[in-house]
Design a protein around this ligand. Sequence first.
Ligand code: F6P
Length: 367
Amino acid sequence: MKTKVGVLSAGGDCPGINSTIHWLVYSALDKDLAGGRGMMFDITGILDGWKGLAEMKPDKKESVRRWTMPLDSQVVRTWDRYGGTRLGTSRINPFDPKKDQSETIIENYKKLGLDALVVIGGPNNLGVAYNLSRKGMKIVGIPKTIDRDLSGTDYTLGFDSAVNIITEDIDRLRITAGSHSRVFVVECMGRKAGWLALEAGEAAGVAIILIPEHDFVLERVIDLLKMRWKSGKRYSIVLISEGAKPRGMEEIRERRGQDGFGHYYLGGVGGFLAEQIQKESKLEVRYVALRHLQRGGSPTAYDRRMGRKFGIAAIDMIVNEDFGRMVSFRQGEITSVPLKMALDRLKLVDVEKFYNTKNYKSLEQIL
Ligand code: F6P
């Protein structure tokens, strides 16, 4: 009898998910490893995240065909080098009080004959995984989110690729900013966490970094830019995280409202800041929101390698019956932690340790 494992990706896509699935399948179906494990696997991809498990009718063949994808080495052979998720994803919350689908998901998991489920998700969806595992589903989690705001792990898939894209895009903007002697306000993602802005800002060497963990003073940002201009610097790049806000103001939300977990979509603070700088100084300002560009493209070498480690580790955990846990990367090593940690506080930037609150940059000291 083969052990039947389902795998799904839930929440925002990111580079590294496909690499994870590639290596998960390769490890699971490796004939040389089967003897030592005393176990053979059958891997099924669930399409569109929790939505697939909730909508499918396991008794109807065409519905199972619609919502699942049998995975073998031939199918996933080239997936490691592609971004996004070939399994598709969705942002539904199975425990949404207005439409609770958790029981259907548990029933469908059983009817599909799954022995275990691998969930590739961020804080919200690994939280769902935890709640389902408490109801008896055998789940292993894999951390992914470009925001890198999940507790219990030093790394989440997609972060490195996003940092690289932001850095490259700023390198491009710098050229045109320099030619026109302009200020460019660049907005990146990250929700409540400033990691993307901080680390891409460091890599790109921007003038000012604004993060959600420290409210900025508008006048100070403008003064810093004027000082740069006076000191002979002809252009400046300000990198602002979508969750950053001026002191005394709320974060700026998008019009499209909330996701399935009740989180408001953020975005637009860069435009607001650009307008204010333009109004209060003689500087010429342009605004670029990188939006989903920073989540697209192919995974960096690092995300491919982390995907490899995470995918292999998930199968090892199933072999060892380490359910209700998430693969984790800590102090340079792969380990695992209870899924419950996904429900802990978000991992945010420690301002004292990493951020210069006077000049709005990374701290010039390693503490
Ligand atoms: O959580 C990842 C993330 O990319 C956030 O940085 C961003 O706020 C959000 O997802 C965007 O969500 P969506 O892809 O649904 O627009």
